[in-house]
Design a protein around this ligand. Sequence first.
Ligand SMILES: N[C@@H](CCC(=O)N[C@@H](CS)C(=O)NCC(=O)O)C(=O)O
Length: 258
Amino acid sequence: MAEPESKRLKTEDAPYELIYWPGLPGRGELIRLLFVEAGVPFTDRSKDPGEAVGLVTGLMSDNGDDANPPAFAVPALRHGDLLISQTANILLYLAPKLGLGPSEGNGVYHLNSIALTLIDGFVNEIHETHHPIATSQYYADQKEEAKKRSKAYTSERIPRFLQYAQRVIDAKTSGDGPWLYGGKLTYVDLVLFQCIHGTKYAFPKAMEEMEKSGKYDGVFALFKAVQERPNIKEYMASDKRCSYGDGIWRYYPELEEE
Ligand SMILES: N[C@@H](CCC(=O)N[C@@H](CS)C(=O)NCC(=O)O)C(=O)O
């Protein structure tokens, strides 16, 4: 059923609010970068640690509200009456509003396929390199398994996902320029940028090898092109960008040892 016009305008005019854990780039970063690139203000509810933890745990345990079902986890985006979760879903929602993706046509779903695949490879799978047994257990208690998982990740999965990204860049659908799709920068380029940035942090040796191999030159050229975008460059050098810590992208040197 269509919403009344007055209600739709209310949401369109409302401020954007990102709900996420404090102190880490994490999955929230994939969303922040869209606002940064577009120069659109948003309220980042992760910035006040005391408030953020309560908001996140509340969201993960409440029963939703009159208009929204419960969320399983964060990031979540509130925009007026709407509350949505799942990173790729939030990106899908924001992209046309921020001028970083089409609002209709096949491109909407092509970009979503690319975003989901990159998130599978460089976010979800990388998390499992340091937590292969259980998210609820300490890294120290699953270190041996983490070493095995990391070996397979760096030797099999990183190349496979980089090759995928390179194939997307080489495809006819990428158009001109360094971008993944349609000849211009879209939100999936920002997703790839953060994915490469985080993976370089977690597995510097493996990523250096990948870069030197020359097999993924388009991917690394795209990474550099995003890094040079004025808003992104300023943000990455500022204290608004969180450092990596005990989040998705972690650096444990022993996970790169032979
Ligand atoms: N597929 C979800 C995964 C969300 C997720 O695992 N979020 C983490 C933080 S980055 C979390 O809050 N997890 C809590 C839990 O799984 O219980 C997405 O992409 O948003």
